[in-house]
Design a protein around this ligand. Sequence first.
Ligand code: GDP
Ligand code: MG
Length: 358
Amino acid sequence: GMMDQMPARVIAKCMEMGMMVTINARLDFETIQVLADEFGYDAQLMEEYEEEVLGVDDSQAEDLEPRHPVVTVMGHVDHGKTSLLDWIRKTHVVSGESGGITQHIGAYEVTTSVGKVTFLDTPGHEAFSAMRARGSQVTDVIVLVVAADSMVMPQTVESIELAKREKVPLVVAITKMDLPTANPDKIRAQLAERGVEVEQWGGNVSCIEVSARTGEGMQQLLETLALEAEVLELKASKSAHARGAVVESKLDAGKGSMATILVQNGTLHIGDPFVCGVYAGRVRAMFDDRGKQMKSAGPSAPCQVLGFDGTPQAGDELTVVEDEKTAREIASKRRMAARERDLRARKSISLESTYEGV
Ligand code: GDP
Ligand code: MG
């Protein structure tokens, strides 16, 4: 941190600002912000401060247990992502739950013959990058959907690049195999050109031919996903304070701000106070993807949450904290920091445009 690197300069700066500090003094957040501005350590200090308040990171937890995989379906528009998910969801409804009205949310948990799987229906790439920047991986495996009667398209390529960049294992699903015009070999050739070497051609990427019309290949796809997940040895703590990611959010006229949260570690309970992006809140109600009320949600579970004091953005992290006061404090500090960053960015833009005219 800054204190180890240049305490003399920090102390000098504090004195300049009329503060007496010693090397061992703990600086309050406002002071740190001012100093951070001077030295340009903003983001790092923010993290250090929050780490102190929000607690240790999950990897140090001792009660780690296996958790089920989170799988994201990606690919070009109209290639069949939603249909593929709908098929899996329709055929794996727990009996007795079928009366529930299917909610159109981007995250579902299904129980298959090979275990539970949480599916995400293409969250925006921005959300992905935002989560990655914070070091939190939302997805364990990516299913790349390519329509057998089409070809590798721009969003197919983007998804391949994203998987590579984020180092997430890829499984290819060539879909719409029921169509007479299906040409999976053409797709495999185009994928090879993009560096995706499928197993049929001696590579190590699983490639399953499926159809959301007939269900062909779906069981094999699920088994492949289970296998990929097994290799990853996914683990999380059920007892920890929950930490999750916003998959999608909206402002509902009646219910207020709501967000679909993917719990990544710990268990989220009704009543839990939390900070989420630049907002705070307390879990007022939780629903599963069928609109059924939930009391809690554990690792890898998606849930719709009510109780935010603003609408968070996809990619924001939700962290449960000790009490609402702490939540509001952190949220307001984040808002301050965000405002400052915004102001500085605008200043530099206006400077740039001034110089452009010279
Ligand atoms: P998304 O944009 O990737 O989510 O694509 P959709 O799932 O909305 O599907 C786009 C179109 O392809 C729709 O008209 C679907 O009915 C159709 N479609 C999706 N999967 C299949 C399939 O397996 N076979 C056939 N014949 N059509 C499909
Ligand atoms: Mg879709």
